[in-house]
Ligand binder design. Structure first.
Ligand SMILES: [Mg+2]
Length: 382
């Protein structure tokens, strides 16, 4: 499920529906009644429905590729540009009135979390690791690895990524976590007595031979995804900088390193391939086109599944926190927000509309947040 609206909307005029939340958040924190915004600071954010092949056919893909892939801020070369940068910074600060910093709001978060069991869900790319030109080199720092390891000592922690589960495990390398790859379509979670009633859920063992539950709702798509992967590798091989990644239950076509004048060609390759596979659909990430099964499954469903696997559903004393940076993370934010279940934290250095409640600017702030959680929990657990 993607963001529902397809309109142009101001990020500053869509306050979070928090007034009835059981999370104890004052709605005024998100939509302060007396704040007046300069019209020039309202940013127009393009929100998209999930793209169908028809959408692609009607050439909306190029616009979508651009809107999903903001270019880096250019350095100011003159006074006029500097003024724009200042406005951008002010716009970010104003945006944070709607999506407050999880660091600045840490006391509020932990006040609510007192006596509750926090369950932590973390995206990988752009959340724990920086976005880099070569997706194979999206390594997380050792400092971040230590922070994640420490936080997992106190809270059940899962990584939910668009990458293949094996790939993200390779990057993170921590056995104490739960891993969900392929946007939640490949989950390795704990064994629970009654968690086997899901179709496609099988008992397996992890790399340490520990018994686990393996949930792969898209397993029937494996041959199809593999076929599409090979087809796209072949059709994009002449496009300089294009990289096709097999994420097991989805295929990613990265165009981060492709000259913008060739983005059309990339989209045409994907379109041409997709039209032979009506059971697959296209979604947009940050400079990546993703081909996924048409399946009612996403990162939000993965969070629900993992909470259930961990025995943490229907408990008033559980507080799930999800940290992510991309459009696919919105499904998880939405599940937490609409169910009044927990906190979504959007990682973004630019204003954007989100179902998250809080924000962090970049992975370094994510690391600070994780460290703060450990420091908060440590004394009370000793
Ligand atoms: Mg991400």
């Amino acid at each position: 499920m993607e963001l529902e609206s397809n309109r142009n909307s101001s990020v500053l005029t869509d306050p979070a529906p928090t007034s009835k939340s059981r999370l104890g958040i004052h709605s005024s924190l998100y939509s302060p009644p007396n704040v007046v915004f300069s019209p020039g600071l309202f940013l127009k954010i393009q929100k998209k429905k999930p793209l169908t092949v028809d959408d692609v056919r009607s050439n909306s893909w190029l616009e979508a590729m651009k809107s999903s892939s903001p270019t880096h801020r250019k350095k100011a070369k003159d006074c006029a540009s500097e003024l724009v940068l200042t406005d951008t910074d002010v716009a970010y600060r104003n945006w944070m009135l709607t999506y407050p910093s999880a660091l600045a709001s840490f006391e509020r978060i932990t006040n609510y979390a007192k006596g509750k069991r926090i369950a932590l869900f973390l995206d990988y790319d752009g959340t724990l690791s920086p976005i880099v030109d070569n997706p194979d080199c999206a390594f997380m720092s050792n400092a971040m690895r230590i922070a994640v390891r420490n936080v997992a000592k106190y809270f059940p922690t899962a990584i939910i990524s668009g990458r293949s589960r094996d790939k993200v495990y390779e990057f993170v390398g921590l056995t104490e976590l739960y891993y969900a790859g392929s946007h939640g379509m490949d989950i390795m979670g704990p064994v629970r007595p009654f968690s086997n009633d899901h179709v496609n859920c099988i008992r397996s063992t992890d790399k340490q031979d520990k018994e686990v539950n393996l949930f792969q709702p898209a397993s029937e798509f494996l041959p199809m995804i593999d076929e599409v992967f090979r087809s796209l590798v072949d059709s994009t091989k002449e496009i300089k900088g294009a990289k096709v990644e097999n994420n097991k239950f989805c295929v990613s076509v990265h165009y981060r390193n492709v000259d913008e004048k060739h983005w059309t060609t990339i989209a045409q390759c994907v379109h041409k391939t997709l039209k032979d596979y009506p059971r697959l659909r296209l979604t947009h990430g940050r400079k990546v086109l993703e081909i996924r099964p048409v399946l009612d499954w996403n990162k939000g469903k993965a969070v629900e599944f993992l909470l259930e696997s961990l025995g943490l559903t229907n408990c008033d004393d559980v507080l799930p926190i999800y940290v992510g940076d991309d459009r696919t993370d919105e499904d998880a934010f939405k599940v937490l927000r609409e169910g009044n279940l927990g906190y979504g934290i959007l990682v973004s250095s630019a204003p954007k509309e989100s179902n998250a409640l809080y924000s962090l600017r970049d992975p370094s702030e994510v690391m600070e947040f994780l460290k703060s959680l450990v420091a908060w929990k440590k004394p009370s657990s000793l």
